[in-house]
Design a binder for this molecule. Structure first.
Ligand SMILES: [Zn+2]
Length: 92
């Protein structure tokens, strides 16, 4: 799958992001894999790009405010089922 990877080593803000092929994540129980249709950029992303916040993991794929279609979902185990339920959006 394609992802925008943040590279904190680049000096120019125009080259902080590069598009790469990355492995498709394994879906753990209680989680879902989404095909991202739209992704917002929030102030937290900008703080990371501007160096105000540390990059806590690398490679970093920024953006956590998304709209997407559920591709795969895995039922939570009994112990995890009390954490919440993911409801896929409905079309129409
Ligand atoms: Zn945010």
């Amino acid at each position: 799958m394609k992802a925008a990877i943040f590279d904190p080593g680049k000096r120019s803000a125009a080259f902080h992001l590069r598009i790469e092929d990355v492995p498709r994540p394994q879906v753990a129980p209680g989680y879902a894999l989404l095909r991202v249709l739209a992704c917002g950029v929030c102030r937290t992303d900008l703080h990371i790009v501007e160096g105000d916040l540390p990059v806590l993991r690398q490679p970093l794929i920024p953006g956590h405010q998304i709209v997407g279609d559920v591709i795969v979902s895995v039922r939570p185990t009994h112990a995890e089922s009390s954490l919440g339920v993911l409801r896929p959006r409905r079309r129409g």
